[in-house]
Structures are given as structure tokens and as C-alpha cells.
Design a protein around this ligand. Structure first.
Ligand code: FAD
Length: 388
């Protein structure tokens, strides 16, 4: 393992995580992929092991460790080959909990962040809407203040953990006439009257639940506002750096997993009297793919290093997701080809990997939108600053 970034402690953590996943998660994956729901007990076990608290404050039960522990968690979750399970975990830890920690007050942290770290409460982040996911500023859900309550009306879609989560972190317009300057973020209890969720069927990420959620006059206390009113858009944009880097890391890790599996397979599979890894056409193809993966991986580690030092690496994290997700799709497509007909069979890992990987260039900002953002930063010299 690259010791420029990973210490002996990191390596020990990786080993214990691998052992845990192999023992506690892998035996259940095929069932969860079939039923489309993850058993609740595993959330508690993740909490007990401290995995949800890796980068959160000790005060709320976290471990407050550096970002390379997060890198390891993400990489290893990809290598058990259930994009849906990995997505459910990181939607909780890096989508919902990020907002609780950064913008929540003391009471919110005690009531939501601490139980999230312990694995007692599961969260989701509700931004995308049926009328459009890319145009975040154009969202239609509203939160109207009356006395010491807000009333939320609208609908969200494609929400990961949208059925089983205990609370929802919801973006809504508090001053619609101000566009992106009139948006706020709230934490909402699942049991609040007026919330209904319906499960969506989808190509991949089959173990995770993805839902459309309707909010019909959902009344919440004003104390459930996260951070300052009308500052929600800036909060969402600020956290995109970590979210996009996480998706870039996920992508290089699943590509690496596909390549490792394919090289083992190619060394064992005999065609025309010799193993596949002795054919030059395949060898050259393989090393090209491997190089593409390694270039992304090294770039992602550098961005993680800089983010860990407190730099605002939104441009680099955007590049990380754009390039790594494209690379992963291409690598996995070709790795499936290396396995011939077996690549197409569900008994082998490539079929699920191919399905799951396809979400990479869509979720959390499509590749087209990422190119738009990069064009503004690179060509128009626009600077994005962290929210204050
Ligand atoms: C399985 C899954 C899980 C998800 N989980 C979550 C979640 O937990 N929380 C959440 O809030 N969202 C979630 N999403 C939503 C995801 O972030 C959106 O699907 C994504 O942002 C795109 O929005 P959209 O689907 O509405 O596409 P649209 O915005 O309708 O875009 C459709 C197409 O047009 C392109 N396009 C749009 N505008 C432009 C433009 N200006 N220039 C060029 N091309 C453009 C897009 O790139 C895309 O190819 C999830 C989605 C999926 C599929």
C-alpha cells in the first residue's frame, strides 16, 4: 500500500475492516441485492465498530480520524461488490451526517448526529426533485414559516435510504423569489405526519432503497433548521467537494477490484492451449486499463491529501468524479469482456459491477453538469469559495 499517504495504523485499520466486511457483510449481500433492502442489524454493527464515526467529533461518539481512513472505508466497501450497500452507507455518513455535523446546533448533534454515529438512526439527503435534479437552484419544494414552525410542501426523488431512514435532511425554498439565495436545509423526523415514500425499481444499486418522497404540509419546529435560513445552497455546494471526491474514490476502487478479479481469471482460463494472460492483445489492453485506473487513483489520493489539510479543492474533486467514474465504466466494460460468457453471468462479479458502476456519471452531479462547473472555473475564471 502506498506509504506516502497510508501509515501502519491505516493499514491495520484496512485489515480489520476487510475482516469485518468478509465476516459480517459479504454473507448477506446476495440476499440484500435480491430483496432490495439491507437488514437493520448491520447498521448497528457498523456503529459499534466505529465506522460511522471515523471523521466525526469524539464528543458525539466519533473517532475524529484523518481523511485517509475515509478513503480506506470507501475503497473496501467497493471491493465487496455491492454498489447498493456501499451507497446506503455513504449516503448516511457523507450525505446526511455531513450536514448535521457542519450546520447542526448542539441539540441537533445530540439528537441526530450521535445516534447516527452509533448506528441507531439512519439518515438520507433529499435534494433532487421530479422536476429536475441537476438544476438544484430551481427546486420547487417550499418551507413556509408560521410562528415557531415550518410547513414543508413538495416532492423529492431518487433518494438513497429514502424508505428506511429514520430522519431526512431536506432542502427547501424558504424565499422562492430569491432563487438559490432563498434555500434552507432542515432535519425532519420520518414519523412526522404528511411524509409518504414509495420505492423505485432500478438498473443497479439493487441492495439500496431509492425512493420518491412526498411532503404534504409537513410541520416541523423552527429548531430543525440546519445553519442559517436561506444559506442552504451554499452549504450544499460546500459539501460537494467531499461528496464528489468520495464518488471518485469509489470509482477507482471498483475499477481496481474488477482489474484484480480479471487478472486472476485470465491467469487460470485456458484458450487454444495457453492462459488468457499470455495473449498480447489482452495483455496490452489490460495494462492500458490498469494505467488509467492508477492515474485516477493517484490523483484522487492527492486531492484527499489536500482536502485533509483544509484546502477547498472543489475544482479537483469535480475532476476526480468526472474522470474516475468514466474510467471505471470503461474498465469494468472491458473486464467483463475478458471473462467472455462468464462475464455476463450473475455468478461472476462483472455483471453487477457493470450495472452498479453506470450510476457513477449520473448521481451526485452528472458528468455534463460537472463539465459546466469546470468550464466556469477554468475558462471563465470563476472562483467558488467555501460558505461562511
Ligand atoms: C440510484 C440513484 C440514487 C440517488 N441518490 C440521491 C440522493 O440520495 N439524494 C438526492 O438528492 N439525489 C439523489 N439522486 C439524484 C441524482 O443526483 C440526479 O439523478 C442527478 O443529479 C441528475 O438529475 P436528474 O436525474 O433530474 O436529471 P436532469 O437534471 O433532468 O438531467 C437529464 C440529462 O440532461 C443533462 N443536463 C441537464 N442540464 C444540463 C445542462 N445545463 N447542460 C448539459 N446537460 C444538461 C444531464 O446531465 C442529464 O444527462 C440519485 C439518483 C439515482 C439514480
Amino acid at each position: 500500500m502506498n506509504n506516502m499517504y497510508f501509515t501502519e495504523e491505516h493499514n491495520l485499520f484496512r485489515k480489520s475492516l476487510q475482516d469485518f466486511l468478509k465476516k459480517e457483510v459479504v454473507p448477506h449481500i446476495d440476499k440484500w441485492e435480491k430483496t432490495g433492502s439491507i437488514d437493520r442489524f448491520i447498521w448497528k454493527k457498523f456503529g459499534e465498530m466505529g465506522f460511522f464515526g471515523i471523521n466525526y467529533p469524539e464528543k458525539y461518539g466519533g473517532l475524529n480520524l484523518d481523511l485517509f481512513y475515509t478513503v480506506i472505508l470507501q475503497e473496501e466497501l467497493q471491493k465487496i461488490n455491492s454498489g447498493g450497500f456501499a451507497a446506503a452507507i455513504w449516503a448516511h455518513v457523507y450525505l446526511a451526517m455531513t450536514h448535521l455535523n457542519a450546520e447542526g446546533d448542539e441539540t441537533i448533534k445530540e439528537n441526530y448526529l450521535a445516534p447516527s454515529i452509533a448506528g441507531d438512526k439512519i439518515g438520507c439527503l433529499c435534494i433532487s426533485e421530479p422536476s429536475g435534479g441537476s438544476d438544484v437552484a430551481g427546486m420547487r419544494t417550499t418551507a413556509v414559516k408560521e410562528g415557531d414552525s415550518y410547513f414543508i410542501n413538495g416532492s423529492k426523488t431518487f433518494i438513497t435510504n429514502g424508505i428506511y431512514s429514520d430522519y431526512l435532511v431536506v432542502a427547501a425554498k424558504t424565499k422562492p423569489e430569491l432563487g438559490n439565495k432563498g434555500m434552507s436545509i432542515f432535519v425532519v423526523d420520518r414519523e412526522t405526519p404528511g411524509i409518504t415514500a414509495s420505492k423505485l425499481d432500478k438498473l443497479g444499486w439493487r441492495a439500496s432503497d431509492t425512493a420518491e418522497i412526498a411532503f404534504d404540509n409537513v410541520k416541523i419546529p423552527t429548531s430543525n433548521l440546519l445553519g442559517e435560513e436561506n444559506n442552504g445552497f451554499a452549504y450544499i455546494m460546500q459539501h460537494f467537494a467531499l461528496e464528489r471526491l468520495v464518488m471518485g474514490i469509489n470509482a477507482h476502487a471498483r475499477a481496481e477490484y474488477a482489474l484484480d478479479y480479471a487478472s486472476q481469471y485470465m491467469s487460470e482460463r485456458i484458450a487454444f492451449g495457453k492462459s488468457l494472460d499470455k495473449y498480447q492483445a489482452l495483455r496490452h489492453k489490460y495494462v492500458d486499463l490498469y494505467s488509467d485506473m492508477e492515474v485516477c487513483k493517484q490523483f484522487n489520493y492527492t486531492v484527499a491529501y489536500r482536502l485533509n489539510r483544509g484546502e477547498y479543492v472543489v475544482k479537483e474533486a469535480t475532476m476526480s468524479k468526472l474522470k474516475s467514474t468514466k474510467m471505471a465504466d470503461a474498465v469494468i466494460y472491458e473486464c467483463l469482456q475478458f471473462l467472455g460468457g462468464y462475464g455476463y453471468m450473475e455468478e461472476y462479479p462483472m455483471a453487477r459491477l457493470l450495472r452498479d458502476s453506470r450510476l457513477g456519471p449520473i448521481g451526485g452531479g452528472t458528468s455534463e453538469i460537472l463539465r459546466e462547473i469546470l468550464s466556469k472555473m477554468i475558462l471563465d475564471k470563476k472562483e467558488y469559495k467555501p460558505a461562511t
